[in-house]
Design a protein around this ligand. Structure first.
Ligand code: ADP
Length: 180
């Protein structure tokens, strides 16, 4: 697993299913505005969490692009789910700031809730159409910058669904190593 450590915070990239990260305190959902089950990440998370998650989400919806909310994880093997609404590429602007905002708010919520480990999917890069490499630079850029100031979080895992996506994450993480 490719990883780097900044200020005792490990950032790692792996291939897998976001709904099967049993060793993480929290997993991040690439949510829709209504926080309802759907396809992709949201489908996998809600399927594994069960109907209690959908029920808890109702009172928190809708959310806006760039926002994040936290719930318990119900039947998932984690403590919390942090739901982020990424930008729809070409529609929600400025897309880069909104996407960065998702990652920043998710990390902030994790810190506020004493979460020590969190797994992220590649928000907005599925149905929402954000080009993977640009999204990867934003995701890893926010994580590496935030790591300098984190006090609770010790482990950040990026979970990629496709080997070609993992290769891009590993490449960008490697490049960031060179610049810091
Ligand atoms: P968005 O609507 O934010 O684009 P999607 O769920 O459609 O979110 O996809 C986000 C990314 O997550 C895509 O790169 C997709 O390949 C990946 N993905 C889909 N299902 C899973 C899963 N179960 N675990 C991890 N990543 C997933």
């Amino acid at each position: 697993m490719t990883h780097r450590t900044i200020n005792n915070v490990t950032i790692e990239c792996t291939l897998g299913d976001i709904a099967s990260q049993a060793d993480m305190d929290a997993v991040v959902n690439a949510a829709n505005a209504q926080l309802r089950p759907g396809g992709g990440v949201a489908g996998a998370i809600h399927r594994a969490a069960g109907p209690g998650l959908d029920e808890e989400c109702r009172s928190l919806a809708p959310i806006k692009p760039g926002q994040a909310v936290i719930t318990s994880a119900h039947n998932l093997p984690n403590k919390y789910v942090i739901h982020c609404l990424g930008p729809v590429y070409g529609v929600d602007e400025p897309a880069d700031e909104l996407l960065a905002g998702c990652y920043r708010r998710a990390l902030q919520l994790a810190e506020q809730n004493g979460i020590e480990s969190i797994a992220f999917p590649a928000i907005s890069t599925g149905v929402f159409g954000y080009p993977l490499e640009a999204a990867t630079r934003i995701a890893l850029g926010v994580m590496t910058a935030a790591a300098q100031k984190l006090t609770q979080l010790k482990q950040i895992r990026c979970v990629l669904f496709q080997p070609s996506d993992l290769a891009v994450y590993n490449q960008v993480l490697d490049e960031l190593k060179g610049t810091r």
